[in-house]
Design a protein around this ligand. Structure first.
Ligand SMILES: [Cu+2]
Length: 350
């Protein structure tokens, strides 16, 4: 019985092409402005840290693609050119060829050395920010939402972190529960948020815009709904926002919102939620987000839904249906008029 080698069919390789293209495209984000579906894209950096990281990515991609193309071309060429033919003589043997052995040890080592040098250079260059112009934000990872504290400005908010453009933002990463990971793909790399070990990172946005952030470490069932938004604005808009956030909660004007405020102040809600000027204490230790300016926010509960009156009503009535497992209980006994009042009140808290 003679061994008959199979000839390589070009279409076998070509059939891999759609897969490669699909993989490449999977990395590209959408650019529409819908905040819930807006996909963050590491290839669309908007600040110095993310820019250096994406440059490193492109460098490694070019190097590895070159290696891939060279190796695979040589392989395909050899497979076709030197394939076994009936009656062909045994091909030349080069086992133990010292020059070749040294060559294919040194060349890959040099390639890897180049990648190592670029990686270390990038890591060093993003270690410490150059600009003296800084603000500090504490990002606290909860299950499953982010709290943002501005210790110098005495502001506490959730889901949304506003920063001035062109300014270094030092972010202290804090958790008292499980490990989360703080990631704003267009502005920074990922850093773990570890209980008992406070990490810190810095980031900077150079362009005004909304940037989506994510928890990048599986932290429980609703990990995927632990997103946040970074809103980079001009420094005067930032000042305006800070002043607005520092103000005590707005007084409701409509009758509906006033009824909601009255109900809220004596409801179980205040056992978990702070509203400055309405609930007592500092809000520290409360397990729910600070709602003082909830009406000014884009999202509800880590971006699980947009902040609209309809979504808020559904949330208040049955948070467990919207975000199963979350620490916010359902309130099946609230009448729909009570829900409407609460919605009017909370949305009026701009
Ligand atoms: Cu998380």
């Amino acid at each position: 019985m003679s061994f008959k080698p199979k000839t390589l069919k070009w279409w076998r390789l070509a059939s891999l092409l759609p897969l490669l293209i699909a993989l490449a495209l999977a990395g590209c984000g959408q650019t529409d402005v819908n905040l819930v579906t807006h996909t963050p894209n590491i290839l669309d950096p908007k600040g110095p840290v993310a820019l250096k990281e994406s440059n490193l990515f492109w460098f490694i991609l070019v190097v590895s693609t070159t290696v891939f193309v060279v190796v695979v071309s040589a392989l395909i060429y050899s497979i076709i050119r030197f394939r076994a033919r009936p009656g062909a003589a045994e091909p030349m043997q080069f086992h133990g060829n010292t020059k070749l052995e040294i060559g294919w040890t040194i060349v890959p080592s040099l390639v890897l050395l180049g990648v190592l040098v670029m990686t270390i250079t990038t890591m060093n260059s993003i270690q410490q920010p150059a600009s003296p112009n800084t603000i500090t934000v504490n990002a606290v990872g909860h299950q499953w939402w982010w709290e943002f504290q501005y210790p110098d400005q005495h502001v506490v908010t959730a889901d949304e972190m506003w920063i001035p453009t062109g300014t270094v933002v030092h972010v202290n990463l804090i958790s008292d529960n499980v490990i989360h990971s703080f990631w704003v793909p267009q502005l920074s790399g990922k850093t773990d948020v570890i209980p008992g070990h406070d990490n810190t990172i810095w980031l900077q946005a150079d362009t005004v815009g909304w940037y989506r952030g994510e928890c990048a470490e599986f932290c429980g069932t609703q990990h995927a709904h632990m997103d946040f938004l970074v809103h980079a604005v001009s420094s005067s808009d930032y000042q305006t926002w800070i002043q607005q956030q520092q103000a005590p909660a707005a007084q409701p004007t409509s009758a509906l919102a006033q009824a909601g405020a009255q109900y809220f102040a004596s409801s179980p809600c205040i056992g978990c939620h702070m509203v400055n000027g309405v609930t007592k204490g500092s809000g520290a230790g409360l397990i729910g987000p600070n709602l003082t300016h909830f009406g000014s926010r884009q999202w509800i509960a880590g971006g699980v839904v947009d902040n609209t009156p309809q979504n808020l009503a559904a949330w208040i009535h049955d948070a467990q249906a919207v975000k199963p497992g979350s620490d916010m209980p359902a309130f099946p006994n609230l009448t729909s008029s009570q829900v409407d009042e609460l919605v009017a009140y909370l949305e009026s808290l701009k």
